[in-house]
Design a protein around this ligand. Structure first.
Ligand code: ADP
Length: 474
């Protein structure tokens, strides 16, 4: 059952009970007032007539007219119940069916009760015994009035009361329904708006009529939820697109050496085996290409592991010793083509890091420096602290990077210009940046075309020691 109807029903029940209780109370109050009015009139009449009779007066001397107007009749009896006077001709027989006068005669005190004295009976009867002044004879003054008048008024009143209660009940139900409908109208609007929102409509928002009432607060909360969902969807879309691009680029990069390998293999199979010189050339090419493939696959694996948040093997290590090891390796691979030097710092520069990963990042930076520095150039490695943060930088006198390319060089598979030669697949810097970020650090680059570049790996000031995961750090 809709809330609107439940509210209306509850209201109807509550109002119905209140009206019923009020109605019954009012009825009882009016009935009691009407009946006690009748009884008071009768009592006053009996007492006043009794006074006249006691002092030797007759019934005629009492104010008959007033009595008749008030609808009161009076019967005067002697001690045996014989009627000696009456205001209306009632045909009442002494000692007949009614016992109120007898009660008064026996007790000598006024008595009251119900009797059938008039033709509109039942009547309220009040009997007062009196001793006549002088003779001392007993007289009983019996006054009465039919209840009928009061009852008729009560019936009229009940009819009006019932109609009033019925009308009030219907009005209040209608009012409750209209009120509930008006209060819940904004909910309908929200439902319609929400229903109209399709899957791609996360940018839409629900209408907020009054942000301060309950429904307004609910709608505002739903809108905030929609905003969060929209952002989450956008992030997911972006991640998916990045993943798709990554997979496409990876396949493309792997296809090139594969094509080359299968070409040389076919050549060997078809004729080159007969020519030892060409065969050696083909085998050398196949080994070179498969080496490229292996390093590409290793890079891809490193990136994937980083994406998955592989845990870091954290410990306190001297950056200078890492830099020195990387420099030695780079010097060996440069084969004297360029000069590679490491300027050791004054003292150890300790950092909380995963030694293997930082060594890998430093090697990538040094490999690039060697690759992109022409013969006779110079590469220098430096280690130190910048404002408390440990850093390792690699400066070369190489070809440099155009300014507009700088923001892109850390993207996966991005190469500045393949024609600059010596390039790899464009994954080295993405891996280095991932390593830096996994540690909570960054990589900065400064470069001038034709003059050289400086790459700086900056680690956070104080990294918690011991083992940890990427999630702990970020
Ligand atoms: P790659 O495997 O092609 O070297 P990287 O991700 O390591 O890929 O580098 C991205 C691009 O940035 C490279 O293609 C290269 O053009 C440029 N680059 C990186 N390091 C240097 C450097 N020291 N000097 C000049 N250019 C560089």
């Amino acid at each position: 059952m809709p809330i609107r109807w439940r509210l209306t029903l509850f209201n109807a029940l509550a109002i119905g009970v209140i009206l019923l209780v009020l109605g019954i109370g009012l009825y009882v109050l009016v009935r009691d007032t009407l009946l006690s009015n009748t009884e008071n009139t009768v009592r006053q009449a009996a007492v006043s007539v009794a006074k006249t009779i006691r002092s030797g007066g007759t019934l005629e001397e009492s104010n008959r007219e007033r009595l008749t107007l008030e609808g009161v009749f009076v019967v005067v009896r002697d001690g045996q119940g014989k009627v000696v006077g009456e205001t209306l001709r009632l045909g009442v027989q002494g000692g007949s069916r009614d016992g109120v006068w007898k009660q008064a005669a026996r007790s000598g005190k006024p008595a009251s009760g119900t009797a059938n004295l008039s033709n509109q009976a039942p009547d309220y009867v009040y009997a007062v015994p009196v001793r006549l002044k002088g003779s001392g004879a007993l007289r009983i003054v019996e006054a009465g009035k039919p209840y009928q008048g009061a009852q008729e008024t009560l019936e009229d009143f009940s009819a009006v009361l019932a109609a009033g209660i019925g009308a009030a009940f219907l009005l209040s139900i209608a009012g409750a329904y209209i009120l509930a409908r008006a209060a819940l109208k904004p909910v309908d609007r929200v439902v319609v708006a929400a229903r109209e929102m399709g899957e791609g409509d996360l940018a839409k928002r629900l209408p907020v009529a009054n942000p301060k009432d309950e429904i307004g607060r609910l709608t505002t909360t739903i809108n905030a939820l929609l905003a969060r969902l929209e952002a989450a969807f956008a992030r997911r879309e972006e991640a998916l697109a990045r993943q798709r691009r990554f997979a496409a680029d990876a396949s493309h990069e792997l296809r090139t050496p594969l094509t080359s390998i299968s070409g040389y293999a076919r050549m060997l199979d078809e004729w080159a085996l007969k020519d030892p010189e060409t065969a050696r050339e083909a085998v050398r090419a196949i080994r070179e290409e498969s080496g490229r493939m292996r390093s590409l696959v290793e890079s891809l694996l490193a990136l994937t592991r980083g994406d998955e948040g592989a845990p870091l093997n954290l410990g306190r290590h001297d950056l200078a010793s890492i830099a020195s090891e990387a420099t030695d390796a780079a010097r060996a691979s440069a084969q004297g083509k360029v000069e590679v030097e490491f300027r050791p710092p004054q003292g150890p520069v300790e950092a909380n890091c995963d030694r293997e990963r930082i060594l890998q990042a430093a090697s990538i930076l040094l490999d690039n420096a060697v690759k992109y520095t022409p013969e006779g150039g110079r590469i220098s490695v430096e280690v130190g602290r910048r404002g408390g943060s440990p850093f390792l930088s690699v400066t070369d006198t190489g070809i440099g990077i155009p300014e507009d390319e700088l923001p892109m060089i850390f993207e996966r598979f991005h190469r500045v210009d393949p024609s600059r030669g010596a390039g790899g697949a464009g994954l080295g810097l993405s891996i280095a940046r991932q390593i830096a970020e996994t540690h909570g650090g960054t990589i900065e680059v400064e470069s001038r075309v034709g003059e050289g570049s400086t790459f700086t790996l900056l680690l956070p000031e104080d990294l918690p020691s011991g083992g940890g995961t990427r999630a702990d750090l970020l």
